[in-house]
Design a protein around this ligand. Structure first.
Ligand code: HEM
Ligand code: HEM
Length: 572
């Protein structure tokens, strides 16, 4: 039934009345109120996904501006724009229009450079966001779907960036396309056909830039947009994870309401991202295509590097031995196939499957909304560091000619350093990370058992010097101390499984949480403690500043305990 403007409590202002009219028709007030009251937990690492989101918005805006001037045509023209050194030279319309964008279109160079910087930031923030999800265990049930969507976004981002980089038809982009052509041709059986389908004939042909353009401005952005929307919908539905802390359980979310606090902070961050990208675009030159010159298949300049997110493939190509395999019947599998098709295939399959693999190995099928600290799951953390070190060796090898040149090392030596590094650095990274995690766990355990070191030295009557240890606060109802020990209690099911599974689970989490008895004994152990009891340890394991209760490492507002002081909502 329609509400009348004369009913008690009815709005009196024109705006209020208009809102009432709208709500009478669309019934949006309820859902809107629920959305605005949604609670988002607070942690700096949750900003990484937001940075990816905002840089994507910048890419959409700047990319749209570029489409007004960029012409994706391979037709040859003679350049007569304002960049004198290239005047009179034959080039494609695509390259000429990129030069025009850079020199003759108002704001063109700024927007082009902003677009390129935003692309680099977008890819970097996605990767770091993914690492945060990985190392804190945020991909565990029920968030596997969002992990899968995330990996799809990452792969699409790489293709989108590559397509963008290839469109201006300068010497660098042509070199990248040449490599892409060779990669496609190296695929056994279907290679020649796939190449024909993509390039519309022999390399380089007239069609490829037009096709890349449609993929770059329409197909891939549309899929990215759809998947990002789905990513966000799932996030809102499942609610965000949170780090363990006072009052935070698997069944609630403590943080800031969407409106006004979270919205205010998010808008601020968006402005910062826009500002940083605009400053970079305006002040720091990137991809000066006029210096590279138009594409000519007979030329490759030295230090030809792709953007950083494609460079690992360049690295794998440089490191892989020239093992061409000849099969009976005059068939050949070119060496390029392994580092550029098989290796990325394995990397991305492992990435996609990781949540399922870990679930299988640990037997942990429970839902988790509390995050884990990397040290509490040493095997996962070490595997992650192993993967990162493998990637970094590939990445550096993608620039091994530049490193060889700058440090006066032979390129041959650089190739061998890369090959050997690829085999030995990851296992070393694994062992080191594992030891560091165990060391940190041991330290936590000592803090739990003996309290926090205060740095205060006392002299006892018989002359002995001791350091005062500050007691910890009480243990919560889950048996957790104030140290964030891995967040969620270990599900019962995981305690019941036997044999190999238990061994693997022990392998994944070698130091068990302290038992309830140990936690109780803690107090007696600290017989010498005389300082005020510490009410809380932050998630980093350090006491909150001023001994006040804190939230995620910061003092909570007004010094009140977080449970009472911060908005919270239950999970469905
Ligand atoms: C994830 C999204 C995107 C990424 C990673 C990306 C990346 C790139 C890169 C690296 C370039 C080469 C820039 C240069 O010349 O230095 C480029 C060019 C271009 N992009 Fe994008 N882009 C994205 C989205 C878009 C969208 C949504 C549009 C249009 C609606 C667009 C339109 C263009 C155009 C027209 C060019 C050619 C102009 C030029 O190279 O100067 N881009 N893009
Ligand atoms: C276009 C790229 C992406 C965008 C714009 C994006 C955006 C976001 C945002 C804004 C959040 C919430 C805030 C946060 O936790 O940081 C989020 C959460 C999440 N993202 Fe992404 N993301 C992207 C790529 C990825 C990738 C590559 C992965 C993993 C492979 C991933 C997996 C997840 C997961 C599992 C969550 C839920 C985390 C939680 O509740 O703690 N996302 N994403």
């Amino acid at each position: 039934m329609a509400r009348t403007a004369t009913a008690p409590g009815a709005p009196t202002t024109a705006l209020g009345k208009a809102a009432l009219e709208v709500d009478d028709r669309l019934i949006v007030a309820g859902p809107l109120r629920r959305t605005l009251n949604k609670v988002f937990p607070d942690h700096w690492s949750f900003l990484l996904g937001e940075i990816a989101l905002y840089s994507f918005i910048i890419l959409l805006l700047t990319g749209t501006y570029l489409t007004f001037f960029f012409q994706a045509s391979m037709t040859e023209v003679v350049y007569d724009g304002s960049y004198a050194p290239l005047r009179g030279i034959d080039m494609s319309i695509a390259y000429a229009s990129t030069l025009d964008l850079s020199f003759d279109v108002r704001g063109g160079l700024l927007i082009r450079q902003m677009h390129h910087w935003a692309a680099l930031l977008f890819m970097a923030s996605i990767v770091v966001h993914m690492l945060r999800i990985f190392f804190t265990g945020a991909f565990r049930r029920p968030r596997e779907t969002n992990w899968l969507i995330g990996v799809a976004l990452l792969i699409l981002g790489i293709f989108e960036g590559f397509a963008g980089y290839s469109m201006p038809d300068d010497l660098l982009s042509g070199t990248g396309l040449r490599i892409m052509s060779a990669i496609i041709l190296s695929i056994p059986v279907i290679g020649t056909w796939a190449h024909w389908a993509v390039f519309g004939g022999d390399y380089v042909g007239e069609l490829i830039v037009g096709r890349l353009y449609i993929a770059h401005v329409l197909i891939i952005p549309a899929i990215l947009l759809g998947l990002i929307a789905l990513h966000m919908l799932i996030l809102v539905k499942q609610k965000h994870t949170q780090f363990p802390g006072p009052g935070r359980t698997e069944h609630n979310v403590i943080g800031n309401r969407l409106f006004p606090t979270f919205a205010g902070k998010a808008t601020g961050l968006m402005m910062v991202v826009f500002g940083v990208v605009a400053a970079l675009g305006g002040l720091v030159q990137i991809n000066p295509v006029w210096l590279w010159g138009p594409y000519n298949p007979a030329q490759v300049s030295s230090a030809s590097q792709p953007d950083w997110y494609v460079m690992f493939l360049d690295g794998s190509t440089r490191l892989f031995p020239a093992w061409d395999i000849y099969l009976p019947g005059n068939y050949n599998i070119p060496a390029l196939f392994w580092p550029t098709v098989v290796l990325p295939g394995i990397i991305f399959t492992l990435l996609l499957a990781y949540p399922m693999l870990e679930r299988k190995l640990t037997g942990d099928t429970a839902s988790h909304h509390l995050l884990q600290r990397p040290r509490d799951v040493p095997v996962r953390t070490s595997l992650g560091m192993m993967a990162i070190s493998f990637y970094v060796v590939l990445l550096l090898s993608g620039a091994n000619d530049v490193i060889a040149d700058k440090f006066d090392i032979s390129l041959n030596a650089m190739t061998w350093i890369g090959r050997i590094g690829l085999l030995i650095v990851p296992p070393i990274a694994y062992v080191l990370t594992y030891r560091i995690c165990l060391g940190l766990q041991q330290h936590d355990r000592e803090v739990l058992e003996h309290g926090i070191e205060t740095g205060v030295i006392r002299r006892l009557p018989h002359g002995e010097f001791i350091e005062v240890h500050q007691p910890l606060g009480p243990v919560d109802e889950h048996g957790h101390g104030q140290l964030a020990y891995g967040g969620a209690p270990v599900p019962k099911k995981m305690n019941q499984v036997g044999g190999a599974r238990r061994a693997i689970r022990g392998f994944f989490s070698p130091i068990e949480e302290p038992t309830a008895v140990e936690l109780e004994q803690r107090g007696e152990d600290r017989g010498l403690a005389t300082a005020e009891p510490q009410r809380e340890l932050t998630t980093s394991g350090r006491p909150a500043e001023g001994g006040r209760p804190s939230e995620g490492g910061r003092p909570s507002e007004g010094g009140r305990p977080s449970e009472g002081g911060r908005p919270q909502e239950p999970r469905d």
